[in-house]
Design a protein around this ligand. Structure first.
Ligand SMILES: [Zn+2]
Length: 140
């Protein structure tokens, strides 16, 4: 573990502070892992990656941290797979391909999908977004 990982100038730490999240050392390590690039990771994958880099983190801490980040808008929780929730560090509008055999999620740019018609919303409702998931698998 890098003892300077949570120093004041760390961009992950600044991101947490900017979203009203106390930047504990473990939260900063999770943020560094997830916010380095756009990626989709399950809690178990986050735990495995942190442990592989020498961090000693508890499952409960990682789950709590991921859910906190999702509540604060830093991650999108994707519940396409009933077996596991994935967390998406790309919070810009986009859709997904979901490989049902491997669980892998791939981003689809919003311009690649065109809707010819969308439903009228009930009075007083506002649209918060659209999730589109293409379930795919390798051809046999
Ligand atoms: Zn995504």
């Amino acid at each position: 573990m890098n003892p300077k990982a949570a120093k004041a100038s760390d961009p992950a730490r600044e991101t947490l502070l900017g979203h009203g999240i106390t930047p504990t050392a473990q939260r900063v390590r999770v943020a560094q892992l997830l916010f380095a690039c756009d990626r989709h990771l399950t809690a178990d994958q986050v735990i495995a990656a942190l442990r592989a880099s020498g961090s000693r983190v508890s499952k409960a801490t990682v789950y709590n941290t991921l859910n906190l980040f999702a509540r604060k808008g830093l991650l999108r929780a994707l519940n396409f797979d009933p077996e596991r929730c994935s967390f998406d560090s790309n919070t810009r509008p986009h859709y997904h391909l979901h490989d049902v055999e491997t669980g892998e999620l791939m981003d689809v740019p919003p311009d690649d999908v065109v809707f010819s018609r969308t439903p009228a919303l009930p009075p007083g409702m506002e649209n918060l977004g659209v999730d589109v998931v293409f379930r795919v698998r390798r051809q046999a």
